[in-house]
Design a binder for this molecule. Sequence first.
Ligand code: GSH
Length: 223
Amino acid sequence: MAEEDVKLLGVVGSPFVCRVQIALKLKGVEYKFVTQDLQNKSEELLKYNPIHKKVPVLVHNERPINESLVIVEYIDEAWKGKSILPADPYQRALARFWAKFIDDKVFGAAWKSVFTVNEEEREKNVKETHEGLQFLEDELKDKFFGGEEYGLVDIAAVNIAFWVPLVQEVAGLQLFTNEKFPKLYKWSQEFLSQPTIEECLPPRDPIFAFFKGRYESLLASAK
Ligand SMILES: N[C@@H](CCC(=O)N[C@@H](CS)C(=O)NCC(=O)O)C(=O)O
């Protein structure tokens, strides 16, 4: 391939950015990480993601791609190496379904369970999170969602493996525990300890402190 110019607009500590970092690492793609200030969005971010104005944005030879799951699929297609999606069309469709399910039905609810001061809303979201996690617990048949090797669904679910345990601790909630979801919990430990994944994870303590601060200011503002 011709000379590559690959930039990732992101922030450290974002589960969505982390997905893209994992995919780039898996394919061995060299890239420049361009840290964004989400309180004061750069011209570059607004230019490359004018619709959502969010990170991650992958810019490949000046062409931007938005939305983490779309980016991960793009990386899989644009670079050779270890495949992220299965080859079989039906299995590919299933992988896309579960990756989307994680965002639509699990992670958002887990996040809202933590970052709310409304008890009713919290309860509703805790219930939804548990229902979503149960579907994933039932779906997990092998070592990884991808089989013997991790793939799109595993990469998508890094938000469940790393971020949900972290933010549940911030609020003292029990969303994703070994007792409730033993298969999924075992998967998360196995997945997070894969060398490529470990290298892409942000340092836990500062991220914990960041979300703890955000949670405490939410509590304070509700008083
Ligand atoms: N659906 C998007 C979500 C990305 C997202 O929520 N990014 C956050 C950082 S973790 C962001 O850029 N937030 C800035 C904002 O909402 O203004 C994806 O999968 O890429």
